[in-house]
Design a protein around this ligand. Structure first.
Ligand code: FAD
Length: 356
């Protein structure tokens, strides 16, 4: 179990080694830190652990409970070293490990805005107006898969309904499943899922895909995929806690029917959580933050790691890898600033092909 909010972020012996956070007497407090980390998913907790181990005065600000998307994931089978682990359990391990090494994890702390001020440092402003001031910020706020918002979607999430083909495809060997969407992600993942599934219905609300032509060709050539055009999902149903079918409706004819399927993969979009950044930061066409090889964005001192970053794939492994680089790069950035040396030069910007 993830510990209750009251115990998460407890001051640890290791954290006592650092200077206390300064708080003013004013109703709105200002906290002086070396690095602020926004979000306590895998990337934020990993960045917090490395920041803590480097004895950086840090805070990890999380709007909910720690774990990020791990808390929405039933089982993980592709995090190396863990053949089978519950998302909840992995979240707890990440959180405990980060806290042990002096990450100051604050739950139910939602960041409203992060802005770079004239002296080149940052102010991270909370919902209650409190400010966390720091020369470096790491944004690890992840993203949110766009939902269909139909009855049964939440009930059967992790019990048939998924937003991640790489993560969950292997659970559907020889099953009949559905994919919803019409862009590159939906078409690519429908094709990918035929490695496992016996049959994939690709349900799209229009009569043509938005996906690139080459990806469409792969779909049309794949004998395991049947495209259902002009159709939406109205409801997801099941039995004994597992999905068994979806109620679909043709938008042109109005015809309704039940489609038998044990899985439903939804790829109708994913929104990176970057709305809190005040000012322009380079991003790709879908809003993901573009960084250099050190995970620094186009705004000096603002780093990004994990799902919020433009990259080829979004997994727990990539999130913690990014976060490791970001936290170590921050430590070098701060050391250079303290010594009056020029901060390490930005590295070439990294973009995932096709995402810009
Ligand atoms: C259903 C599902 C199943 C998955 N299964 C797997 C799998 O089997 N294997 C695998 O490797 N990957 C899997 N993934 C992907 C994996 O979960 C993500 O790649 C990983 O969680 C990304 O970590 P992150 O820290 O970058 O972002 P997230 O996990 O999204 O964490 C971001 C955190 O930031 C917080 N936050 C956002 N905005 C704010 C704000 N303004 N203020 C404060 N906090 C904020 C959020 O509450 C959240 O806790 C799955 C994803 C989904 C959706």
């Amino acid at each position: 179990m993830v510990p209750p909010p009251s115990t998460i972020g407890e001051i640890t012996a290791a954290r006592d080694l650092r200077e206390p956070i300064l708080e003013s007497d004013a109703a709105v407090a200002t906290h002086e830190l070396e690095v602020v980390i926004i979000g306590a998913g895998p990337a934020g907790l990993c960045a917090g652990m490395y920041a803590g181990r480097s004895m950086l005065k840090n805070v990890v600000l999380e709007q909910g409970l720690p774990g990020g998307e791990l808390l929405n994931t039933e089982v993980i089978e592709d995090y190396i070293g863990f053949e089978h682990v519950l998302g909840y359990d992995l979240a707890e391990k990440f959180n405990a490990h980060a806290i042990k090494f002096a990450a100051d994890v604050r739950t139910y702390h939602r960041v409203e805005t992060v802005r770079r001020i004239a002296d080149g440092t940052f102010e991270t402003v909370m919902e209650n107006g409190d400010i966390f001031a720091s020369p470096a910020v790491i944004v690890t706020a992840g993203g949110t898969p766009i939902k269909l918002e139909v009855p049964g979607e939440i009930e059967y999430a992790g019990k048939g309904v998924s937003y991640c083909a790489i993560c969950d495809g292997a659970f559907f060997k020889q099953h009949t499943i559905m994919v919803v969407g019409g862009g590159d992600a939906a078409c690519e993942e429908a094709d990918f899922l035929t490695r496992y599934a016996a049959k994939v219905y690709l349900v799209h609300r229009r009569d043509a895909f938005r996906a690139s032509k080459i990806v469409q060709q792969r779909v049309f050539k794949n004998p395991k995929i049947e495209v259902i055009w002009d159709t939406v999902v109205d409801e997801i149903g099941g039995a004994d806690g597992l999905m068994t079918h979806a109620k679909i409706r043709n938008l042109k004819s109005g015809e309704r029917r039940d489609l038998q399927a044990t899985g439903l993969f939804i790829f109708v979009g994913f929104r990176p959580n970057t709305g809190m950044i005040d000012g322009h930061v380079e991003h790709d066409a879908n809003g993901y933050l573009i960084t250099d090889a050190n995970m620094e964005t186009s705004m000096r001192g603002l780093f990004a790691a994990g799902d919020v970053r433009a990259q080829l794939t979004r997994q727990v492994t990539t999130a913690v890898g990014d976060a490791t680089t970001a936290a170590i790069a921050v430590e070098k950035y701060l050391t250079a600033r303290k010594n009056g040396a020029p901060a390490p030069l930005p590295q070439p910007m990294l973009t995932a092909r096709g995402t810009t």
